[in-house]
Design a protein around this ligand. Structure first.
Ligand code: ATP
Ligand code: FE2
Length: 329
């Protein structure tokens, strides 16, 4: 059994081909980037429309398959930017009609978690999900994936992107901040904002902007201090969630988890408490089609043939992780 998974919640149009055993036969993507400034939803939408057929075609070539080998299509239903989600959904429905096969819609955040579990063989992990729009500490409890902690304002990636943009760098800013931080020497005191298991970045961003404008500090030191502060916050709340849920596996997910300093902090924390830390390859941390396909496989199997008709399936731009009925565990 094979599915073709389509991801299009934000800046990335990704296609993954996955079988029912979790073998990933292809994982291809094309992402919208800018030289200066942030992400424009209408521009990202145009980008996705332009690359969709090419990315699907390339994924099929990588997997050495044709569309007629695909048993069902999976798409990322939400949360995400509506104009971007729409491109993925329309493409998915078009393929389903043409091939007369079912469509499965899945939650993007849970897809980040399930691909981490698949690749790491973790049994019951806590997920530190650190991406552009989302920052959540998620764990399975009482039939649902529950959010034990999250950002009270923006996602950590958006925070890094906004700070990079303020310093005149384009999107995505996270990797640029990371490069600068490697050259930072002195730690500059910043607000440290942890409330229980929640975090917030807005005040830190304002403080960083003021420090940048004062011209008293180097970009490198500011980037270094920003990373040290916010990654320590994420590590602290991850540890608190692991202790609270009595779980001893941590899986990282989301684009910001590509950051090697964050990975290092998470590994040290886990080692100190005798827990295991899993960091999937970068291609599975960022938005990707393979994770959508794999969650599609899990959900499809649990439906035992009773897949919904195409006209009953819609995108869900505001769907939350804890709204999802977990039928596959
Ligand atoms: P979601 O819809 O799940 O919120 P997303 O659309 O933000 O995801 P991802 O690909 O998961 O997409 O994450 C993108 C974010 O990751 C961007 O904010 C980018 O700056 C950040 N990022 C990528 N690489 C790094 C890195 N090495 N260090 C820090 N941040 C990074
Ligand atoms: Fe994501």
């Amino acid at each position: 059994m094979l599915t073709l998974g389509i991801e299009s919640t934000a800046h990335t149009f990704g296609v993954g081909i996955v079988n029912d055993k979790g073998k990933i036969l292809a994982n291809v993507k094309d992402s919208y980037t800018t030289e200066h400034g942030g992400i424009h939803p209408s521009e990202a939408k145009k980008h996705h429309q332009n690359v969709a057929d090419k990315v699907i075609h390339e994924a099929l070539i990588r997997a050495k398959l044709s569309l007629k080998n695909i048993d069902f299509i999976t798409f990322s239903q939400g949360p995400g930017l509506a104009p971007c989600l729409l491109v993925g959904m329309e493409k998915a429905k078009e393929l389903c009609k043409e091939l007369k096969i079912p469509l499965i819609g899945v939650n993007h955040c849970i897809a980040h978690l399930e691909i981490g579990s698949l690749l790491s063989k973790a049994k019951d992990p806590v997920l530190l999900y650190a991406s552009g729009a989302n920052t959540q500490i998620i764990a399975y409890d009482g039939g649902k994936y529950r959010i034990f902690g999250e950002t009270l304002d923006q996602g950590i990636g958006n925070f890094l992107d906004a700070f990079a943009r303020y310093m005149g760098m384009g999107f995505p800013g996270g990797p640029k901040i990371s490069k600068l931080a490697e050259k930072g020497k002195d730690y500059i005191e910043l607000p440290y904002v942890v409330k229980g298991m929640d975090v917030s970045f807005g005040g830190i961003l304002t403080n960083l902007k003021q420090k940048f404008d004062s011209k008293k500090y180097s970009k490198e030191d500011l980037a270094f201090s920003a990373q040290e502060t916010v990654f320590a916050m994420l590590t602290e709340v991850s540890e608190r969630a692991m202790a609270h849920c009595e779980k001893d596996e941590l899986v990282l997910g989301g684009g910001v988890a590509c950051n090697t300093r964050l990975q290092q902090m998470a590994r040290i924390m886990c080692k100190e408490r005798g827990a295991r830390c899993f960091v999937p390859e970068n291609q599975f941390l960022v938005d990707n089609g393979a994770m959508i396909g794999w969650l599609g496989v899990l959900k499809y199997k649990s439906l035992k043939g009773s897949t919904p008709p195409l006209n009953k399936i819609d995108m869900k731009p505001y769907e939350r992780t804890d709204d999802i009925e977990v039928t596959w565990r």
